[in-house]
Design a protein around this ligand. Structure first.
Ligand SMILES: NC(=O)c1ccc[n+]([C@@H]2O[C@H](COP(=O)([O-])OP(=O)(O)OC[C@H]3O[C@@H](n4cnc5c(N)ncnc54)[C@H](OP(=O)(O)O)[C@@H]3O)[C@@H](O)[C@H]2O)c1
Length: 276
């Protein structure tokens, strides 16, 4: 229930793990302090990737926070040029070393772009890494409906726990969301603020005024009330804090309907979900 959401709320995944509902996006973040502050404010989930070249920074920030490893969820993603069984296994070890960690909570295939054979081999490497304890959960990102079907056909006993895709009221991805929900695959919403492009929208200000909340808080709260795991990015201490101040209000059904009617069918970033 939306009204019972807390900063430490989690979602149960199809592999039995519980993932914190709010994660800190760190694309373009090169500050270990930002990671440390987020954890001190109460974030318990950090979303990095090989592509972001900041796995070291995330590891540094985590260590500086003094948190216990089991209390923080850390995700990374296998980049397109690291697909294939051997290369995935090798670069996953490198990512662990860079972050100074013994395991990742979640590893995602960053995109399906490298093609069918490569992405299936990459997923096989993730399943084996899970058996070896290097990762707790295996998932995908930017997978369209046909990629999900392909993966489930090949790995019926090891479905991905998560599909991380761009989602906001302006780009709701209903076809992918429906397919994932059919198979109990959780959705992570990335670029929830439209990479910053949505934070001054007057229609969001208007909704936010009722609750004394900013457009960014309205957008992140919308995602939580859709049962998504949401990943706002900020490397600014004030905005990191504000983006987690979401638990003293609930968007009404009417406001959710207004937000749902803002669909444009267009995203703000890359879209590999249509890749062959
Ligand atoms: N799997 C994928 O392919 C993929 C693709 C894109 C993103 N992601 C993940 O999702 C995360 C979030 O997406 P994103 O980084 O694309 O964009 P986003 O979270 O939609 O927006 C981030 C931008 O908004 C600004 N911002 C943050 N909070 C704000 C606030 N309260 N008021 C005003 N401006 C604010 C940030 O600047 P400041 O830092 O200066 O606050 C930054 O410029 C990424 O960091 C990454 O972890 C994954």
């Amino acid at each position: 229930m939306a009204s019972s959401l807390r900063l430490n709320s989690t979602l149960k995944l199809n592999d039995g793990l519980s993932i914190p509902r709010l994660g800190l996006g760190v694309y373009l973040t090169q500050s270990a302090d930002a990671i440390k502050h987020a954890l001190q404010f109460g974030y318990r989930h950090i979303d990095t990737a090989q592509w972001y070249e900041n796995e070291e920074v995330v590891g540094e920030g985590f260590k500086a926070s003094g948190m216990k490893r089991e209390d923080v969820w850390i995700t990374t993603k296998i980049w397109d040029t690291n697909h294939g069984y051997n290369q995935t296994t090798k670069t996953l070890d490198e990512s662990l070393k860079k972050a100074g960690l013994d395991f990742f909570d979640l590893v995602l295939i960053h995109s399906p772009n490298p093609g069918k054979e490569k992405r299936l081999e990459t997923y096989r490497a993730l399943i084996d890494a899970k058996k070896q304890g290097k990762i707790k959960s295996a998932g995908v990102s930017n997978y369209g409906v046909h990629h999900i079907k392909e993966l489930l056909a090949q790995f019926p006993n090891d479905p991905p726990s998560i599909n991380q895709i761009e989602i906001s009221p302006f780009f709701q991805r209903k076809d992918i969301v429906t397919e994932c929900r059919k198979h109990n695959i959780a959705l992570q919403a990335y670029s929830p603020l439209g990479k910053g492009a949505f934070v001054d929208r007057p229609e969001l200000h208007k909704i936010g005024e009722k609750y004394k909340k900013s457009p960014a808080q309205v957008l992140i709260r919308w995602s939580l009330q859709q049962d998504f795991i949401v990943l706002p990015k900020s490397s600014n201490e004030e905005r990191i804090k504000a983006n987690a101040d979401l638990y003293d209000f609930e968007l009404s059904k009417q406001d959710i309907d207004t937000l749902n009617a803002m669909e444009t069918g267009k995203g703000v970033t890359w879209d590999p979900t249509k890749a062959p």
